[in-house]
Ligand binder design. Structure first.
Ligand code: SF4
Ligand code: SF4
Ligand code: SF4
Length: 202
């Protein structure tokens, strides 16, 4: 395995761009080809910095912890405010957001890395990043995050026209029913919220 691939394997695959590179692979290339600093990955935290140094044969000059222990986050969409513009769909590296154009969108939490890339593109500011320690949720493994990101890139390249089909094409057929039930639950939550603010006669 090429050294760049080995370095990429050590990275958390959040694809968040916080390191200043386009994705984790870009940072791996930067480390190998351009001597990029080893402490540029906040999602990986100190453990990643230490493993990168070991892989590159670099002795860390200080025992001081430069990065905090990584925390896990996920995106929570306020379904009552979502206008279904679909902007977040293209932005999400792991295709963790589902929904059809002009309909409510929601996050599939088991696929969300908490990278935060969906937040700035939302025109109505209805996506919030939450700390996963607040709730008991499974974390996406770096291997699965990477696979989902690679599929996301392939999907963008194909540029499907139909947004609804575009959403489902990223899922295995076996998970289609699960996706339908997640959307159904999101719509139900949105409807409940709308009913609760409805005031007859106003
Ligand atoms: S997870 Fe780390 S290496 Fe990957 S894009 Fe984010 S900051 Fe860069
Ligand atoms: S839903 Fe948002 S925070 Fe979660 S992986 Fe996708 S872009 Fe990142
Ligand atoms: S960007 Fe915001 S408003 Fe648009 S679909 Fe996503 S969550 Fe909904």
């Amino acid at each position: 395995m090429a050294i760049i691939e080995e370095i990429n394997d050590l990275l958390p695959q959040t694809q968040c761009k916080l390191c200043g590179y386009q994705n984790c692979m870009g940072y791996a290339q930067g480390i190998v080809d351009d001597d990029a600093a080893l402490d540029l990955c906040p999602p990986g935290g100190e453990p990643t910095r230490v493993s990168l140094a070991a892989k590159m044969g670099i002795t860390l000059s200080s025992e001081r912890v430069l990065l905090p222990v990584p925390k896990r986050f996920f995106a929570l969409i306020d379904e009552g405010s979502c206008i279904g513009c679909t902007k977040c769909l293209a932005e999400c590296p792991t295709d963790a957001i589902i929904g059809a154009k002009a309909r409510v969108h929601t996050t599939v939490e088991k696929w969300c890395t908490g990278c935060g890339l969906c937040v700035p593109v939302c025109p109505v500011d209805c996506i919030e990043i939450k700390d996963k320690s607040d709730v008991a949720k499974n974390s996406l493994s770096s291997k699965t995050a990477r696979q989902r990101y690679e599929r996301h890139l392939q999907r963008l390249e194909k540029k499907y026209e139909n947004t609804f089909e575009q959403t489902y094409v990223t899922f295995d057929r076996s998970s289609k029913e699960e996706m339908r039930s997640i959307i159904k639950a999101a719509v139900a939550r949105k409807n409940t919220k709308e009913e609760s603010v409805y005031e007859p006669g106003t």
